[in-house]
Design a protein around this ligand. Sequence first.
Ligand code: ZN
Ligand code: ZN
Ligand code: ZN
Ligand code: ZN
Length: 175
Amino acid sequence: MQCANKGCRKVLAREGMAAHISHCAKQKVPCQECGRKVHRECFEEHAAFICLNVRISCPLGCGTNLPRLYLTLHLGKCSGKALKCMVAGCIAIVKQKDVPRHTINAALTHTVLQEGEVQRLRGLMHFQKTKPNWILEEESVLSFRWRRGRWSYIRGPNLFSTEYSCPNGNNGGRI
Ligand SMILES: [Zn+2]
Ligand SMILES: [Zn+2]
Ligand SMILES: [Zn+2]
Ligand SMILES: [Zn+2]
């Protein structure tokens, strides 16, 4: 007789059947962890990669051991997760658990960067308030000029778009 398991073509005598079923690759066996029935031939794969109840260690190496089911949740807050340093301008990518150490080690760099950032933002705000549309043009390799752009709310009597002028208010002067 043929093995009753779908996909198994084994033909053998009735008395040999029980012995075959106990190791037939196509026999479904229940997973001890999740209760799902899995083909014997797929069982290793199920336990290693699929079963949500099997405990695995965190792939980010934080040492946590948890059911695969909770892995996604854990990865969101895992201390082994690498984050980009929050300080603007700092390009460091640091594991979450190393952030305090990085904050201490990079304190000086951060101060400089933060000051630079404050300056930059101040400059930006100042620039936006005062001279919004000056366009720096390259006239030749060695000289630049500022051209008045779409700057409609101040109309100097002698200002035309092609005239040279300084963005600091010295209208008409060459830089
Ligand atoms: Zn079989
Ligand atoms: Zn399972
Ligand atoms: Zn982890
Ligand atoms: Zn940093």
